[in-house]
Design a protein around this ligand. Sequence first.
Ligand code: GLV
Ligand code: MG
Length: 365
Amino acid sequence: MRSAKDFFRPLAVGAPTPLTEIPARPSRAIHFFDPSNEKMAAKVPQMVGTVDVLLGNLEDAIKADNKVAAREGLVTIAQGTDGLGGPQAKTQLWTRINALDSPWALDDLTTLVPAIGDRLDVIMVPKVQGAEDIQYVDRLLAQLEAKAGLDRPILVHAILETARGMVNIEEICGASPRMQGLSLGPADLAADRRMKTTRVGGGHPGYLVRQDPPVNDLGISEVDANRTTYQQDLWHYTIARMVDACAMHGIYPYYGPFGDIADVVACEDQFRNAFLLGCVGTWSLHPKQIAIANRVFSPSVEDIRHARRVVAAMGDGTGAVMLDGKMEDDASLKQCLVLVELAEQLAAIDPELKKQYDALDGEEA
Ligand code: GLV
Ligand code: MG
């Protein structure tokens, strides 16, 4: 057992002091790119400033033969792209390393930290099974940071994509002060759970509830009658579980990949469900998903208008007020403050959004 006092001490002599709080940096879209793909890599500089996070993917979707090229490509891109990554950057730089049991994970870390550790904001670790995986990465990162002379800790993000990881979710979130957040890994998680889906994220038409059958004059249920069905969300339980575990530990939950790039409508629905439940962002696998994520994970102008009215009506006091026939009290005020604070953080990096929120300034409360 570690003493609570040790928790915020560096795990290696000379390593940066762990953070006591994870900064709330906007990360509505985490846009994945393949650093071994020259065409994709060439687009990175012009994407800086247009997306909250650019993530150099080294894991699944990168062919085994391209693993080294992807790792080296990421180093070149990070070193050569202005404004990408680091504490002041508008666009953060993340990476997804290979799984800890793969032949590549160690070289990923020992190459990236010395070369671009000052630019890397967050390292995403796939297929995390328990606290032991985070603790392994935690110590190794401390050693590498000390050796590289880094002055701030690189944060760690776990992808939940195994049943064991799900069961150990709280201990994963609390395993290190580096823990920044969790993402849903619906494809691997579905396989590991032996779910019967073949998609990457999203719903399934077979997962539904059906209206009760009508009963005829003889009191017999007409099971063959037309009955409305309602498709259910396969991921509701998992995301709700992630949101609670993250909130408990002061870190951030994210939706993961939505593989049907053409179905922008269902993509938006999944993202919005995750946003409403408490997630702060999602992955983007195609530039068109960036726009969807930026829209969905930013509070709407209508919501901010209402939230600001409640804040103004409640003043500094507590109690209850009536607004448009609805009771607002301390608890609704707290919900409104969540939205208002998020809007302020996003307005600080998104001038277009700032303009929309600022236009509310002149309105009557
Ligand atoms: C993502 O990595 C997934 O497995 O869905
Ligand atoms: Mg996966």
